[in-house]
Design a protein around this ligand. Structure first.
Ligand SMILES: *Cc1c(COP(=O)(O)O)cnc(C)c1O
Length: 227
C-alpha cells in the first residue's frame, strides 16, 4: 500500500470520529483530497483506494494530470471523479477552469463570477460554486469581506446566474481557526447556503465541530509539499 493510501485511510477515520464527537451524522462531511503539486502517479493509488473528490489550486496544473486520471478511472468503473478548483482564478482562465473542474470553490469577485457564468453557458456546464470569504480580512488573501458576503452571493445568483451552493474560507495561518469557522458557518446560515468548505490538514477536526460540510486536506494525505 502506498504511504498516501494509508494516510488517506487515517484521515477518513479521523473524519468519522470527529463527526461522532460532534453528534453529526456519518457521511455529513465530504473529504476533498488536495493533490496540488503531486503528479498523476502519486494520486492514482488514492483514487484506486476509493477517494473520488479532489482539489487543485492551479488550472494549468490540473489540466495536465486530471484528463488522464479520469480516463484511467473510466476504464475501471462508471463512478465519476469530482474535481474542485480551490485556488485563485484569473478571468482569462475561466474557459479552461469550466472545462477541467466540476466545482469552483474560489469565486471571489464580480469579474470572475461573470467570466465563469459566460463560459458555463457556452459549454453548457453549470457547475456548482462556492464563494470564498476572507474571514480574517487579510489584505494578501483572496475572498469577499464577511460584511459583503450576502450581497455578493445575491449578485452571483441574480446578476450572473451562478449556482452558488455555499461558502469557503482559509483562516489566517496564525491563531485559532475556530472563530473563523464559526463566522463562516454563521454567514452560510444567514445566506441559507448548505455548503461550508473549511478545514485543512492542521484543523479539519475543529472545522467539523463547526459544521464543515467539506474539508480540504492535502499534506495529511499526500505528505509535505516541497514548496
Ligand atoms: C493547499 C490547500 C489546502 C490543503 O492544505 P493542507 O494544509 O496541505 O491540507 C486546502 N485549501 C486550499 C485553498 C489550499 O490551497
Amino acid at each position: 500500500m502506498s504511504e498516501a493510501v494509508s494516510r488517506w485511510g487515517k484521515v477518513c477515520a479521523v473524519i468519522k470520529d470527529a463527526e461522532r464527537a460532534a453528534s453529526r451524522p456519518s457521511d455529513g462531511v465530504t473529504l476533498v483530497a488536495v493533490s496540488k503539486t503531486y503528479d498523476a502517479e502519486a494520486i492514482w493509488p488514492v483514487i484506486e483506494a476509493g477517494q473520488r473528490v479532489f482539489g487543485e489550486n492551479r488550472v494549468q496544473e490540473a489540466m495536465g494530470k486530471w484528463p488522464v486520471l479520469r480516463e484511467r478511472l473510466a476504464a475501471h468503473t462508471k463512478e465519476a471523479l469530482e474535481l474542485h478548483l480551490i485556488g485563485p482564478l484569473q478571468s482569462n482562465k475561466a474557459k479552461e477552469a469550466v472545462a477541467t473542474f466540476d466545482v469552483i470553490e474560489s469565486v471571489d469577485r464580480d469579474k470572475i463570477a461573470g467570466a465563469l457564468a459566460k463560459e458555463m453557458a457556452k459549454q453548457d456546464r453549470h457547475l456548482p460554486c462556492t464563494v470564498q470569504v476572507n474571514t480574517g480580512m487579510e489584505p494578501q488573501k483572496a475572498g469577499i469581506a464577511p460584511d459583503d458576503t450576502a450581497g455578493f452571493v445575491a449578485r452571483c445568483r441574480e446578476v450572473h446566474g451562478l449556482n452558488v451552493q455555499g461558502l469557503m474560507c482559509i483562516p489566517p495561518l496564525e491563531g485559532d481557526p475556530a472563530a473563523h469557522f464559526a463566522l463562516l458557518a454563521r454567514l452560510a446560515d444567514e445566506t441559507d447556503l448548505p455548503v461550508r468548505s473549511m478545514g485543512m490538514s492542521g484543523d479539519y477536526e475543529i472545522a467539523i465541530a463547526h459544521d464543515a460540510t467539506h474539508v480540504r486536506v492535502g499534506s495529511a494525505i499526500f505528505g509535505q509539499r516541497g514548496t
